[in-house]
Design a binder for this molecule. Structure first.
Ligand SMILES: [Zn+2]
Length: 282
């Protein structure tokens, strides 16, 4: 059962959230919340005071910033500390180092750590040809997302860089998952989502490529050519560039009437029934 003495849980894949013993304890003061979010994004890394000050005050820090930061650290520790533990420098979660801090978290205490571990496991499974396991891991990783990362900390602009990085990891995971769908021959199920992603992230050529492949798999080669024309237009309008070599050669393959599905992930699929029946060990 969850109690107030449980280690705090941090979530950054959505609104920033801290819970302890199942209860939300996210600091409401904006700078305290930003401080904790910043440390959570760099869990188990040393974060210099100078960097925290720069990010929290957007390089416009008053002379009193460092003193104010000490006050925030004390306040935040109170939130993180079970009543019976002293909240001095030897704090078990937020530890003070010379000229900086470290938020010490076990993997299960941060959704981002779990997300990255699942993504890596999924990629490993795919490389090993186990797309069923990869699918399971990728879906579990996606379920950790509760919305736009750090949605409540967007206003300040202080987290722009971190948010962009998280969004990139999210999109990469979607790409991996579409690869599994294509490998399974489920391209027709991916078309709708890919069309949307091509509009919202027009510069991700990988999505255009996957959309063209998905359309070919759905026996819609003419639509795949239209998708290429649209990708061409989007890339040109948004960035003044032309499709890269991968997209161009895929287009050429489809024009030539060749099989573009050679490009999708292939693994040795166990043919049902061909495996010798395993008997349980006595
Ligand atoms: Zn596969």
């Amino acid at each position: 059962m969850a109690t107030g003495d449980d280690p705090p849980q941090f979530r950054v894949l959505g609104t920033f959230e801290v819970t302890r013993g199942g209860r939300r304890c996210t600091p409401t003061a904006p700078k305290q919340r930003a401080l904790l979010a910043l440390l959570a994004l760099h869990a188990n890394e040393f974060v210099p005071t100078s960097r925290i000050v720069d990010q929290l005050w957007s390089r416009d820090a008053p002379r009193s910033a460092v003193a104010a930061l000490h006050g925030y650290v004390t306040a935040v520790r109170r939130v993180l500390t079970p009543s019976r533990v002293s909240s001095r420098n030897s704090h078990p979660v937020l530890s003070t180092r010379p000229s900086g801090y470290v938020l010490v978290l076990e993997p299960h205490q941060l959704d981002l750590t779990r997300f990255r571990a699942l993504a890596k496991e999924g990629q490993g499974a795919m490389a090993a040809g186990d797309c069923a396991h990869a699918w399971d891991r990728f879906c579990a990783a996606l379920r950790l997302w509760r919305g736009s990362p750090l949605a409540d900390l967007r206003g300040t602009g202080a987290f722009d860089h971190d948010i962009a990085r998280l969004e990139k990891e999210y999109l990469e995971l979607l790409r991996n998952r579409f690869d599994v769908m294509l490998c399974n021959g489920d391209g027709h199920l991916a078309v709708f989502d890919l069309e949307e992603l091509c509009q919202t992230h027009p510069l991700w050529e990988g999505f255009h490529e996957q959309l063209m492949l998905a359309l070919c798999q759905a026996e819609r080669r003419a639509d795949a050519l239209t998708a290429y024309a649209r990708a061409y237009r989007l890339l040109s309008n948004h960035a003044g560039i032309e499709p890269g070599p991968r997209l161009r050669s895929l287009h050429q393959l489809i024009l030539n009437g060749d099989d573009p599905l050679d490009r999708v992930h292939r693994h040795e699929r166990a043919t049902t029934g061909s495996e010798p029946a395993r008997t349980a060990s006595p």
